[in-house]
Design a protein around this ligand. Sequence first.
Ligand code: ZN
Length: 120
Amino acid sequence: MTNKEKAKLKQILEAQLHELISKTGSKVAGLVTSSVEAPEMVEQSSLDYSRSVSLRISDRESKLIRKIQQTLDRIEDEDYGICDKCGEDISIARLRARPVTTLCIDCKTRQESLERASGF
Ligand SMILES: [Zn+2]
């Protein structure tokens, strides 16, 4: 992946994060922003953080916020954009559509059909 592609994906992630934050209110936004800017504070504040977040936003949204933050943290890593299951590169088109993904389209499709088969 080129630096340009990474920069573009970062932009997408940051836009998604801001959208979620603006949806979920300013108090949460303050907490989320401070945890991004001061990663060493995250562990200490994570209990208070998850407690207050759960009051205001849905589980799905708080999970997504955390996922986006984790993705922003690891986007500079060598293994970003590589499938967790098969180790193949995830296509840039797929990453643009869903930058937080950790599976390539083949593995994702297989996982989803397994989930369907097990009655999910
Ligand atoms: Zn894969």
